[in-house]
Design a protein around this ligand. Sequence first.
Ligand SMILES: Nc1ncnc2c1ncn2[C@@H]1O[C@H](COP(=O)(O)OP(=O)(O)OP(=O)(O)O)[C@@H](O)[C@H]1O
Ligand SMILES: [Mg+2]
Length: 360
Amino acid sequence: MSIASKPAGVEFRNVSRRYGNTAAVDDVSFAIESGTLVTLLGPSGCGKTTTLRMIAGLEMASSGTILIGGKDVTRLPATDRNVTMVFQSYALFPHMTVADNVAYGLVVSGMRKRDAAAKAAEGLELVGLGGYGQRLPSELSGGQQQRVAVARALVLEPEVLLFDEPLSNLDAKLRRKMRDDIRELQQKLGLTSVYVTHDQEEALAVSDRIIVMNRSVIAQTGTPDELYRRPKNRFVADFIGGANLIDGELVGCSGGMATVALGRLTLSVPDPGLPTGEVLLAVRPNAIRLRAGESGGAGGGDGIPVTVRKATYLGSHMEYGLTSEFGDLFVVDPNVANPVPAGASALATFTGDGIAAVAR
Ligand SMILES: Nc1ncnc2c1ncn2[C@@H]1O[C@H](COP(=O)(O)OP(=O)(O)OP(=O)(O)O)[C@@H](O)[C@H]1O
Ligand SMILES: [Mg+2]
């Protein structure tokens, strides 16, 4: 007996879920490739959980088509879909041993007790909890309980494994470890996984692709790198990586690059596919460098004059709050050896990498 993976792709075609007059999910289409981990990322209330529950069949689409493994499952109830969900609350039975918790779904679906127990033991081994089978959930730490919940889902060999904010009850350090473990297991077993989070760093860390949602619709879909470097709109630029948003002007494009004017400065950024004219520049906090002691003034050269409003030492880097002619700027600078103190005048220069133009 061994835990096999039977991954299937997932497709939404113009799927909506309405409650009365409001749509929790509004005309959403996407395709998740078999064997990949895709994250649904977005702020509270944007429709992530509703989307996940529609994949599971715990929520029915009001309109549109849902396919799993190429098969139309739109009207199939949860019990007829081979999909399992790992909940934020773990939802373990407190009076059952860890082993019985993991075996429960198998026994209910008709597997012989002995076979179910063997498979549960294997599931626990996979998540690093071999030997914990006879404990009660209350005798485990939060992170260990989360692993039990993952093992319980894995032994069912689902076509799609769903995670709804699985790490939000854990402290920051454990969250990082658990997200790496989940990603490793997903890749090792080749599972199709859909992972809900509102934490952009978590999404960047674990995903093959990210579906960014905002107000019931998809704001952008892409790889972590695409979303970070080529945001398509203001929402994505701001939500992922917290860009500074500055008014600029698109002057022209050639060879995949665009020339933008920022006050007196001219910068080269990836071609956003927008017409010339007013644009918004999304400037990453690490795309701005500070040069101390230069007040700029008339002869700013390749930078703009700024005043340092706030300087915070964080060991590996400095964080600055700047006041400039373009408004307040937030900067992350790796130069901790020669920090610029608060109150000082300085020159801010822009590195081409880390700046994207989006529609204003
Ligand atoms: N059963 C329901 N009846 C009415 N409205 C609902 C119902 N379930 C969800 N909604 C609404 O649909 C919207 C999307 O909810 P959903 O739970 O999918 O958001 P979410 O992105 O998972 O948010 P969070 O990050 O807070 O968990 C919300 O505005 C919510 O109030
Ligand atoms: Mg939710």
